[in-house]
Structures are given as structure tokens and as C-alpha cells.
Write a protein that binds this ligand. Sequence first.
Ligand code: PNS
Length: 164
Amino acid sequence: MKVAVYPGSFDPVTLGHLDIIERSSKIFDKVIVTVMYNRNKKPMFDADERVALLETATKNIDNVIVDKHEGLLIDYLKEKNVRILVKGLRAISDFEAEFQMASVNQKLCSEVETIFIMTRTDFMYLSSSIVKEVASFGGDIANFVTPDVRKAIQLKVGGSNERK
Ligand code: PNS
């Protein structure tokens, strides 16, 4: 059985993440989407909220499960006995950081392979950070996230997040 872990901050999950999840669910027998703690980011949603939003968004994909982990990604992979990491790759902006993370992870455990899935061009521009920024200024984020995530962000930023 081919199992892959798709790790990330998912703060919160966007349509870009969901595209990667859907596509990887067709490649692997099982995909574990793991909410991680990125020390360089201050999250809007706590880990349980991020997990809940991901669970709702992926409820119709049978071979996807959602989990969370605090600590080294490699330790998590060892614990789950998984050797394949899936990451989404957007245009050029992601390459340097992703190359560094894949290289470090491979140094820490040589059996681990990171498989990059190119983001669909429709979502090349999308990130959780930009969605939160648009919402915080009252912009409409309906094209970027699911209705549930949109509601959850609205509750965090306060009021309706659409310009009238
Ligand atoms: O969605 P993100 O923020 O780009 O995901 C990055 C993440 C959380 C996958 C990465 O920061 C991570 O793996 N953090 C766990 C700590 C770790 O293992 N760091 C060293 C290897 S890069």
C-alpha cells in the first residue's frame, strides 16, 4: 500500500491545497494530510481548528485522513512508517524553501522521498497568508477557499468579510 504524507501549516486550507490533496489521493492508496507547526509563522487558527477545517473539506475523499503533529516531520514519518512526502509547488516562489526542506529531510532520513506536485495554474497565486490578508481588509475570499473556511475566517477577522 502506497501511503504519502502531505504536511503543511494549512492556516487555513485553501482551494490550492485541496487541489493537491485531490490529485495526490488519485496517485497514492492513502494520503495523510498532517497539520504541522511552522515556527516561522504565527497561525490564525490553532491546530485543532485547522484539522477540523481540513476534515470537513476532505470528507468526500475516502483515502484521505487528517492528522496533526508538533515536532520534526521526519520523526512523524518514522512513527507512521511512511517514506513519501507530498508537497505542492507554486511557480518559482516556493522552490528555494521547498528545495531546502526536501534536502534537509533527506539528510535526516535518506529513505524519505519528497514528491512535488505542480499547483494548477488557477491556484499559482494562492496562499493562506494572502487569503487572510484579503479577508482582513474586507475583500471577498469566496474564490480562494471553501464556504466553511470562509465563514471561519470571517469569525476570526470579525464581521462580514465582503465589501458591500
Ligand atoms: O505550509 P508550510 O508552512 O509551508 O509547511 C512547512 C512545514 C510545516 C511542512 C515545515 O515547516 C515543517 O516540516 N515543519 C516541521 C519541523 C521540521 O521538521 N523542520 C525541519 C525540516 S524542513
